[in-house]
Design a protein around this ligand. Structure first.
Ligand code: HEM
Length: 532
């Protein structure tokens, strides 16, 4: 059969085959399939003459090489990934209509990517940094991405701060040094934005360097909304609990390992059949409980610098996933994977958390830049074919699935099937959206409660010693005493003991507290009344 249709069928079956073919099964060729007997033979005009433009093999080889790099992720550039399977153990159809949680034993394929945050794609796996933990659930209703971190809170609650914060983690525009050498900008930002303190405490504690990726938990951080088929909804926090337990590496020890420690650890564990597993657990809260929590404890569910008290909102397990398949081709299956908090399925909706709302835009935007307009068509990103989706997006670079002869508009001649309208959560629950805007930049006493509990109740004495050593080590890389004094004042609000111990280590007396500093977003960390 010489039809184009037959050619396509052949190509499709070879897509999978190509992944597992050995070198001996393929012959050396230019990219159009033209067999080339000698990979090193460039065509020249005579024995010592110039090269010939007609030599497609050489031009093809070099011009493709010239284009090998795509932009690395602007954050989370260094990462590791694997494939696996999710299984629902405790269905929750009363809470969400999401198909993957509808029945006990229901399974779906997953792809997971772990990462550090601030470093470049060649940076050290054991940097003191939060870890990314993204899961793509390929459900029967389309792909749902949970783009989580290994900490339940984040550095900020106003998304406008994100690029500023990240820039202080990147290379200095002038010296081109990272904060591993000069942490002045790093602490300058943090000391101006004390809502970061809970995340800073976690970062400087033992969880700041997890022992690879298998021994850490993941957290949605943001409150999501779970919506059932009647349109009833609850706020929901998602926890991914490592069934391997948690382990950490100390600052001193981290220098003894290879920069690719976590990649090697994950890859080798899966290769030898020691498959890592996580349980998927949730906390839920009704809209009324969320309002009560704000009234009574000043914890706002739309503020991801705060956690939900686990005593009041206990975790329950809904499923687990196992990573049992390594990527065969890292670039195709891990570098090109595109996760987004806006890749959702019916039954899972975003809350009005301003940081989450910004992320809904940011990720697909960066994917279009990093991978191109048709990033969804790449095999690792494509929705499962058992979810037969169609729409009117057409063309653009590398349009691979261009939707055949179907109309490219809402046609009455050949109409597309329209699914029944999914029930959405009540979008009018704006109470918290109103509250959150008023205190996005204001610092409140409640901001220090959870970090204080971490220091006093969670850390034991050796953990406190390591925290002081990690923090004073990093603060000593700050070149401006004023900034150190400000950051010590923030630690004093958490617990005076932390401030005193840091002062002793550093030989610098910090400010007494933050009462005299203003944090209104324009002149953060400056004495009250200065600036506009
Ligand atoms: C990656 C933006 C906050 C978790 C990224 C990327 C961008 C980004 C542009 C690169 C994506 C790519 O190239 O594919 C933002 C913005 C934020 C924010 C604008 C706040 C305003 C957060 C928070 C979390 C998070 C709060 C966790 C709760 C991640 C993870 C990745 C990532 C896990 C890596 C995804 C992967 O493995 O491909 N972020 N981010 N981010 N972000 Fe965020």
């Amino acid at each position: 059969d010489y039809s184009f249709k037959a050619q396509l069928a052949e190509q499709h079956s070879s897509l999978e085959k190509d992944r597992s073919r050995s070198s001996a099964d393929v012959y050396y060729s230019a990219s159009n399939g033209f067999a080339v007997p000698n990979p090193y033979e460039s065509q020249r005009a005579g024995e010592n003459g110039p090269l010939l433009l007609q030599d497609f093999h050489l031009v093809d080889l070099i011009s493709h090489f010239d284009r090998e790099r795509i932009p690395e992720r602007v954050v989370h550039a260094k990462g590791s990934g694997a494939h696996g399977v999710f299984e629902c153990t405790d269905p929750i159809p009363n809470l969400t209509m999401a198909n993957l949680f509808s029945e006990k034993g229901k399974k779906c394929p997953v792809t997971v990517r772990f990462s550090t945050v601030g470093g470049e794609s060649g940076s050290h796996d054991l940097a003191r940094d939060p870890r990314g933990f993204s899961v793509k659930f390929r459900t029967e209703d389309g792909n749902w991405d949970l783009v989580a971190n290994n900490t339940p809170v984040f550095f900020l609650r106003d998304p406008a701060k994100f690029p500023h914060f990240i820039h202080t983690q990147k290379r200095d525009p002038s010296t081109h040094l990272t904060h591993a050498d000069d942490a002045t900008l790093f602490w300058d930002y943090l000391s101006q934005n004390p809502e970061s303190i809970h995340q800073v405490m976690i970062l400087m504690g033992d969880r700041g360097i997890p022992d690879g990726y298998r021994f850490m938990h993941g957290y949605s951080g943001h409150s999501m909304k779970f919506v059932n088929k009647d349109g009833e909804w609850v706020y929901c926090q998602i926890h991914l609990k490592s069934l391997q337990g948690t382990k950490f590496i100390t600052q001193e020890d981290s220098a003894n390992y290879s920069p690719d420690y976590s990649q090697k650890d994950l890859y080798e564990a899966i290769e030898k059949g020691d498959y890592p597993k996580w349980s998927v657990e949730i906390q839920t809260m009704t809209p009324q409980e969320a309002e009560d929590l704000w009234e009574t404890q000043k914890i706002n569910v739309l503020d991801l610098t705060h956690i939900w008290p686990q005593g009041q909102f206990p975790r329950r397990k809904i499923g687990e996933f196992t990573l049992n398949e390594n990527a065969v081709n890292y670039f195709a299956e891990v570098e090109q994977v595109a996760f987004s908090p806006s890749h959702l399925v019916p039954g899972i909706e975003p809350s009005a958390d301003p940081v989450l709302q910004s992320r809904l835009f940011s990720y697909p935007d960066t994917h279009r830049h990093r991978l191109g307009a048709n990033y969804h068509q790449l095999p690792v990103n494509a929705a499962r074919t058992l979810c037969p989706f169609g729409n009117f997006q057409r063309d653009g670079p590398m349009a691979f699935y261009n939707q055949g002869a179907r109309p490219n508009y809402l046609s009455s001649i050949d109409p597309i099937s329209l699914p029944p309208r999914a029930v959405n959560a009540d979008r009018t629950h704006g109470h918290f959206a109103g509250e959150v805007m008023t205190f996005l930049t204001e610092i409140r006493p409640e901001d220090f409660n959870a970090p204080r509990a971490l220091w006093r109740n969670v850390f034991d004495e050796p953990a406190r010693d390591r925290f002081i050593s990690n923090t004073s080590g990093k603060l000593s890389l700050c070149k401006k005493e004023e900034i150190i004094k400000r950051q010590i004042a923030i630690f004093r609000e958490v617990d005076p003991e932390i401030a005193e111990r840091l002062e002793k280590e550093l030989g610098i007396k910090g400010y007494d507290g933050i009462a005299d500093l203003q944090f209104n977003g324009s002149h953060n960390g400056m004495p009250r009344g200065s600036g506009v």
